[in-house]
Design a protein around this ligand. Structure first.
Ligand code: ATP
Ligand code: MG
Length: 255
């Protein structure tokens, strides 16, 4: 089992797009991934066609009444399995506090889903906030992918995350592996190259070699409830997300 969280506290950098298309790419290779929507905005759920009608049908019920994860999985025809979110998830911080048990809840329930001889990839879509939900994702994951859309605020968000991860590593007593992924990359823009250089200077070999280009098909596909591989399999966006998966598997980030 490999658990990957996709997080940047800057909004709109391509977290959900990355979760959807990485999961779709894994599904095409027969890996039967599960995407967990841990964002109360529930965009990954609705794009996948699995908007939950009640909090109880969503990941909220894990926090509310310890519902096991396998009861919450929905399966699409394309092979992506999804645990949906619901707006009620935004109440978790206020209702359950920030104690260790609540922050470790997703980790505990993922460990209970471990099956001998099966290596399921779990990909978690985080909200752009560092709260109890995002801490759950970080405590549960083997690695974090930090999308950086090629602009300064998104790069600032990535530097904040490095600080947050360093602090959490003291508590977890292990290194949280990470990969910084440049998204919405337009090589014609000077800013894109400046941000790429900054990321390489700051994060070195933790920056993915693969870059996700700005691509119209990637922007279109959510409205059609499709991954890029269903919507435009020949597009640059599909090539980029397939290359990203190749890279993450080759360097052992996704096992
Ligand atoms: N490579 C890309 N090319 C073109 N458009 C993109 C690309 N990646 C993402 N987008 C578009 O940018 C917008 C934001 O992307 P997305 O929803 O994935 O970001 P997010 O980080 O999950 O946002 P939030 O913080 O609100 O959850 C969406 O409209 C999406 O379709
Ligand atoms: Mg999102």
């Amino acid at each position: 089992m490999t658990v990957i969280a996709v997080f940047n506290q800057k909004g709109g950098v391509g977290k959900t797009t990355t979760v959807l298309n990485l999961a779709a790419s894994l599904a095409l290779r027969g890996r039967q991934p599960v995407g967990i929507d841990l964002d109360p905005q529930a965009q990954f759920s609705s794009i996948s066609g699995f908007a939950a009608h009640t909090g109880d049908d969503s990941i909220y019920s894990l926090f509310q009444r310890n519902r096991p994860l396998h009861e919450l999985i929905r399966e699409s025809a394309s092979g992506i399995r999804v645990i949906p979110s619901h707006a009620e998830l935004s109440k978790v911080d206020a209702l359950y506090g920030k104690g260790y048990n609540i922050i470790n809840k997703l980790n505990t329930s993922l460990l209970a889903e471990k099956t001998e001889g099966k290596n399921t990839p779990w990909i978690i879509d985080c909200s752009p906030l560092v709260g109890v939900l995002t801490l759950n994702a970080i405590f549960a994951c083997d690695g974090v992918i930090v999308p950086i859309s090629a602009d300064y605020l998104s790069m600032n968000g990535a530097m904040q995350i490095r600080k947050t991860l360093r602090a959490l590593e003291q508590v977890l007593k292990r290194r949280v592996h990470r990969r910084y992924l440049l998204t919405r990359f337009d090589s014609r823009r000077n800013m894109a190259k400046v941000i790429m250089n900054m990321a390489q200077t700051e994060f070195g070999t933790d920056v993915c070699d693969t870059v996700i280009s700005e691509n119209v098909s990637l922007a279109e596909s959510p409205a059609l409830n499709k991954s890029i591989f269903e919507h435009a399999p020949e597009s640059r966006g599909a090539q980029d997300y397939a290359a990203l998966l190749d890279e993450l598997i080759a360097d052992g980030f996704i096992k």
